[in-house]
Design a protein around this ligand. Structure first.
Ligand code: CA
Length: 410
């Protein structure tokens, strides 16, 4: 597919991608948008120019502050909008109205594109679960249920923020080494977790499990996800009910939702699962995705250092398995719900998706390009995650999710 619009070869936003988001324009207007190269298609103006047929309903849909109503119309509807845009972009000459509906990407501010409903975080990387298990429970790293079901917990959607939002270092209860009573303090072990999250597009009814073969029809698309974590708070509070205040102070998402259709060429085989999961978790075909991921840290006055490179194909449990498991008891899902993968670690030490693992619980500080080292994040550090899938010249990327650490509330 070629387009009249110049697109840098390494752009995440090729004509194959066309993810959806919501932006604030330089004039302060809010509109749904689709990034393409260095531009963003203003969907409200595109609808107003008649690009999608009937004007008024489309304009009303795209001028809303979130994509929830659009997503709820179903994946077929989104597919039609994407195909129409691809057609418009791949004409031989620029259409007459092109400049009227294209914004400069550098001039718009991408917003959180969803009113996020329920948020669930899984724990689906066997490398991550084993690494963390070794540090928290050396005698028993991978608990017996792990290979039988996608472990997860219900998180908070209220504290999910978009790329670029500063992250305040949280305060909480911490048990100092060797102490019997906790102290109240700012976390000394602030960490990131590299994850991908999927957005629910189609509702399911209460009491009706989603069969694994139908899971993909309920998923609208994917975003990059940083599950900020305070390890010292987490370590003291997590028994017996799991993550709580060490996790729910903030999570960050990338602003563009990449559709499953755009990711289809990058489907791949997942790891062999042993023992074979129970029948409701069996799935045929390739359910994993080959998406390259990386994380960098930039100190306030220094250059950026890439500290992790990994891939979503390492995940043990697929999204289809996660969703089938989540609903097998009859729990229903709604458009705008978000489900994150859990930290994505690979098999080698440079592919671990958290500082906890990269610096091995503080024992192996990692070096940054400015000569400093890190075991956990310092105030002023900026963490940036990026992701893209590529096959030859076919490139589909996610952009980035970034956040800078601010000092704790005194
Ligand atoms: Ca997590």
């Amino acid at each position: 597919m070629t387009t009249w619009l110049p697109i840098p070869a390494d752009s995440d936003f090729s004509v194959y991608n066309l993810p959806f988001g919501v932006v604030r324009t330089p004039s302060g207007r809010i509109t749904a948008g689709v990034p393409i190269g260095d531009r963003v298609i203003d969907l409200t103006l595109a609808a107003d120019k008649g690009l999608f047929g009937a004007r008024r309903p489309h304009v009303r849909l795209f001028e809303q502050p979130t994509l929830n109503d659009f997503i709820a119309l179903g994946n077929d509807f989104a597919r039609r909008i994407r195909r129409r845009l691809q057609q418009w972009l791949s004409q031989e000459k620029p259409p007459k109205n092109a400049e009227d509906i294209l914004l400069q990407r550098a001039e718009v501010r991408p917003l959180l594109p969803l009113r996020i409903g329920d948020y669930t975080d899984f724990y689906s990387s066997i490398e991550h679960a084993t690494n963390v298990g070794k540090m928290f429970r050396p005698d028993n790293p991978l608990l017996p249920n792990w290979r039988w079901l996608p472990v997860g917990y219900h998180g908070r959607s209220s504290s999910i923020v978009v790329d670029g939002t500063p992250i305040r270092r949280p305060n909480g209860q911490i048990l100092p080494k060797g102490a019997e009573a906790p102290v109240f303090s700012a976390t000394q072990q602030l960490d990131f977790e590299l994850e991908m999250a999927f957005v629910i597009g189609r509702e399911s009814a209460l009491g009706q499990p989603i069969p694994i073969e139908q899971a993909h029809e309920h998923i609208f698309g994917l975003m990059l996800f940083n599950d900020w974590s305070a390890r010292d708070i987490q370590r003291w509070e997590y028994v017996p009910l799991g993550p709580f205040l060490g996790k729910n102070f903030a999570s960050s998402v990338s602003p563009w939702i990449v559709t499953l259709e755009a990711l289809k060429p990058f489907r791949t085989r997942g790891p062999v699962q042993k023992p074979q999961p129970l029948p409701y978790l069996h799935c045929r075909g390739w359910q994993h995705y080959d998406i390259h991921l990386e994380v960098s840290i930039r100190p306030p006055d220094g250059p950026e250092t890439v500290v992790c490179r990994t891939n979503t194909r390492y995940l043990y449990w697929s999204m289809a398995q996660q969703l089938a498991h989540h609903t097998v008891n009859g729990c229903n899902v709604r458009p705008g719900d978000l489900m994150a993968s859990g930290t994505i670690s690979g098999p080698t030490p440079d592919s671990f998706g958290s500082l906890l693992e990269l610096a091995w619980g503080g024992q192996k500080p990692i070096a940054l390009a400015d000569g400093s080292t890190r075991t956990f994040l310092l105030d002023g550090d900026t963490v940036t995650m990026r992701a893209y899938a590529q096959k030859g010249s076919l490139r589909v990327g996610f952009g980035q999710v970034s956040g800078t650490i601010m000092a704790a509330e005194a």
